[in-house]
Structures are given as structure tokens and as C-alpha cells.
Design a protein around this ligand. Structure first.
Ligand code: C2E
Ligand code: SIN
Ligand code: SIN
Ligand code: SIN
Ligand code: FE
Ligand code: FE
Length: 375
């Protein structure tokens, strides 16, 4: 009982999800020491991708940076279809599985697992995985208690995602009047957020990025141009080149974006949601240039937060390959040639390389999120 009480306290505290999960894992381990890993994967209904999100297993996470189509994970899909948790008390046979994620779990030596689906208002959000190195540990009796923890962990995850959705919704409401006039359509947002995630994932190994950071870049990159809300139509929708005075006003969108985000974070009490600095940096610094010629701060190279360097490449590539009031859409070939020229000048070399090396996935994103008249 006291254990549950402690874990509930942790749930209510404003601490990052990762730390809440670590605290919950500690409480659970006091009772069930055999639980070596708790991991959460979240689901993107638009692409049906299931992505590892956060885990509490120290350094050995066999599924870091892993994503799979739900269709390609039949045993997970079965959990969803039946709406029931899955218990595996002897996973050793899984080394033979034809599914990569199952083999990776097998290689890690997990012998048993318990998997719960997470639902919020009837919508499928993702899965919680409890893994053990020992077999036959998930008895009926243990499971009835682990379910209680599972439910609390679900609430933590929903709470975290709801904060982010609340913020995104608030931004949409704030921008409601401007929404229809925004030349950056919904499909621009769909594409550039996925390019951003693609770049971050490609850099993950070398830059030691964790899945939670990558997923937050994906969730926050749609807000990069929030500051354009403050730019008059006459400038934002101008069909031709901006003159110097207009361009100077246009450039204020980066700093305005930072101010709007700061306001929203204050007004919605989101100060303690993890990665709020990632959001601030994306809004304020996505037009910095690695040679120092960018705005608003004129930062150079690594001074520019990584999330801003990533989003910059995604944004420029999508701006080039899309139609704007002031320009036609370019071919991917021409856009890539320009990215090569900009690499090391305005754009970060590694981020450019990451996008170009994954051009097949870029093309798939383009195919899936085609421009239409409604955005
Ligand atoms: P945006 O349309 O989303 O473009 C984002 C960034 O993509 C631009 O940032 C720029 O770095 C890059 N980009 C877009 N088009 C081109 C291009 O034809 N060639 C090259 N080399 N890069 C390109 P930037 O320049 O700081 O502009 C920020 C925002 O200002 C743009 O966002 C757009 O909303 C507005 N803007 C920029 N130039 C013009 C213009 O000539 N006319 C109008 N109406 N708006 C403009
Ligand atoms: C899976 O976990 O995705 C599949 C397991 C299996 O059917 O081998
Ligand atoms: C996981 O445990 O992270 C997914 C693998 C599975 O149990 O199907
Ligand atoms: C798009 O902007 O919709 C994609 C452009 C392309 O397919 O090259
Ligand atoms: Fe911008
Ligand atoms: Fe943009």
C-alpha cells in the first residue's frame, strides 16, 4: 500500500516522464524484483508506426531508436485486436522470430514479458512493456498487482501527451484567425515534422540521442513558425520578393515565436513538462546559420541547439520542394543540390547528410503527405 502511495506521489509531482517512470520502476522492483525493464512505445495513427518512446532499463535498451509498422508486429497487433494484455512466460523461442523487434528482445535475454495497451478516451496510444530476465514470473497473482502499476504508468504517459496536445491545441486556437491565411499548409507540417524525426533518428547513434528527444522533436517541430501569427498578411502572403523593410519584419517571427511559446508555457502551467527548452529553441533558432549569418541571435555552428539545426534542414528542404506565394515548387533533385551548397554555410553538414542519405524515406513521406487545396 505504501508503495502505491509513493508511486502516486511521484505521478503527481511535476517531474519529467522519464524520471516518473524510473521512480515507478523502483517502487515496482521493491515488490517484483524480477522486472528488469519497463518500456513505452507510442503509436502514430497517421503512419501506423509504433515507436519506442521512453524506458527505464538503464543503458541496455535493445529497442532504442526502433520503430515498426503495427502491421509488421503481429503479436502486438493481436493485443490491440483482442483488447487484452499479453503474457509471455518463456520468450526464449523468440530468437527464431521473423520479426526484428522480437529477435532484439530475444537477444537481450529477456525470458518473460507482459504487454499492456494504453488507451485514452477509447483511442489507442501505445504499449507498456514489462520485461524480465527470468521465465515464468508473471503469475496471475503478480499480474493483478502489476496491472495497477500499469494503469498508473498509462496515466503518466497520457498526462504527458495531453500536455503537449493541449499546447498544440492552444497554439491552433491562438492562430485560428491566421490559420486560413497561412501559406504553410497542414501537409507542410506533416512532412517537415517527419523529415525532422528522420534526421534526428539518423543522427541518434553518433550524437547519442535518446528516443524521447527524437519524439519530442517530431511533436514540437510543427510549432517552429508559430511566430508568423504576428506577421501582417500584406507581408506573409506577398506574391513576390520582400523588400528590405518587409524582410526585417518577417525575420521577427523567430523571436516572436519564442515569446508566444513562453506565454503559452506560463499560461498552461507547462513549465515542468520535459523538453520545453527543445520547443523554445525550435521556435527561436530555426533560422540561425552555422556560419553565423542567421537570425535572430547570429549563433554559430554547435552554439545553435541541435534541435534547431535539425528543424532548419527539414524546413528549408520542404520550403524548396513546396509552392509558396512567392515561389514555385522545386524538384527534389534541385532542392538536394541547393542543400549541398548550403551545407556548412547556413545548414549543418551532418543534418543535411542525414536527410540526403535517407532520400527514399523522404520520398515516401512526400507520397503520403501530398499537397492539396485544403492543406
Ligand atoms: P518559408 O517559406 O517557410 O521558408 C523557410 C526557409 O526556407 C527560408 O527562410 C529560406 O531559408 C528557405 N527558402 C525558402 N525559399 C527559398 C528559395 O527559393 N531559395 C533558398 N535558397 N532558400 C529558400 P527565410 O529566408 O529566413 O524566410 C523565412 C520566411 O520568410 C519564409 O518561410 C517565408 O514565409 C518568408 N519569406 C522569405 N522570403 C520571402 C519572399 O521573397 N516573399 C514572401 N512573400 N515571403 C518570404
Ligand atoms: C511480434 O512480436 O511482432 C511477432 C512475434 C511473432 O509472431 O513471432
Ligand atoms: C518490446 O518488448 O519492447 C516489444 C517486443 C514484444 O514484446 O513484442
Ligand atoms: C510536395 O511538396 O508535396 C512534395 C514535392 C515533391 O514531390 O517533390
Ligand atoms: Fe521560420
Ligand atoms: Fe516552415
Amino acid at each position: 500500500m505504501t508503495k502505491h502511495h509513493d508511486a502516486l506521489n511521484d505521478l503527481n509531482k511535476h517531474i519529467p516522464l522519464r524520471n516518473k517512470l524510473a521512480a515507478a520502476h523502483e517502487s515496482i522492483r521493491d515488490v517484483f524484483p524480477f522486472i528488469a525493464r519497463i518500456a513505452i512505445a507510442i503509436y502514430d495513427p497517421k503512419t501506423t508506426l509504433l515507436k519506442t518512446f521512453v524506458h527505464s532499463s538503464g543503458d541496455d535498451n535493445p529497442l532504442d531508436h526502433y520503430q515498426a509498422l503495427l502491421e509488421d508486429a503481429p503479436s502486438l497487433k493481436a493485443i490491440l485486436d483482442k483488447g487484452l494484455p499479453r503474457v509471455i512466460n518463456n520468450q526464449l523461442t523468440y530468437e527464431d522470430s521473423e520479426h526484428e523487434h522480437t529477435r532484439r528482445i530475444g537477444r537481450q535475454g529477456y525470458a518473460a514479458s507482459y504487454t499492456l495497451p494504453i488507451f485514452s478516451d477509447g483511442n489507442f496510444i501505445g504499449f507498456i512493456f514489462f520485461n524480465s530476465y527470468e521465465k515464468d514470473v508473471f503469475s496471475e497473482n503478480a499480474l493483478s498487482q502489476i496491472d495497477v502499476y500499469g494503469h498508473m504508468i498509462s496515466l503518466m504517459v497520457i498526462n504527458e501527451l495531453t500536455s503537449i496536445h493541449t499546447l498544440t491545441a492552444a497554439v491552433k486556437t491562438t492562430g485560428h484567425i491566421t490559420h486560413t491565411r497561412d501559406p504553410e499548409t497542414g501537409s507542410h507540417i506533416d512532412r517537415m515534422s517527419r523529415y525532422s524525426r528522420l534526421i534526428a533518428s539518423a543522427l541518434a547513434e553518433d550524437y547519442d540521442l535518446d528516443d524521447s528527444y527524437i519524439e519530442h522533436i517530431f511533436m514540437f517541430s510543427p510549432l517552429h513558425d508559430i511566430g508568423k501569427i504576428g506577421i501582417p498578411d500584406k507581408i506573409l502572403l506577398k506574391p513576390g520578393q520582400l523588400d528590405d523593410a518587409e524582410a526585417a519584419i518577417m525575420r521577427t517571427h523567430a523571436h516572436k515565436g519564442r515569446e508566444i511559446i513562453d506565454d503559452l508555457i506560463r499560461n498552461f502551467g507547462l513549465e515542468n513538462v520535459e523538453y520545453m527548452n527543445v520547443l523554445r529553441n525550435i521556435a527561436e533558432h530555426h533560422h540561425e546559420a552555422v556560419n553565423g549569418s542567421g537570425y535572430p541571435a547570429g549563433m554559430q555552428g554547435d552554439q545553435i541547439p541541435l534541435e534547431a539545426r535539425i528543424v532548419a534542414v527539414a524546413d528549408v528542404f520542404d520550403a524548396l520542394t513546396s509552392q509558396r506565394p512567392y515561389k514555385d515548387a522545386w524538384s527534389n533533385e534541385d532542392a538536394i543540390a541547393t542543400l549541398h551548397e548550403l551545407a556548412g554555410e547556413t545548414l549543418d553538414r551532418d543534418c543535411v547528410k542525414a536527410l540526403i542519405e535517407n532520400i527514399e524515406e523522404v520520398e515516401q513521406i512526400q507520397k503520403q503527405f501530398v499537397e492539396n487545396n485544403y492543406g
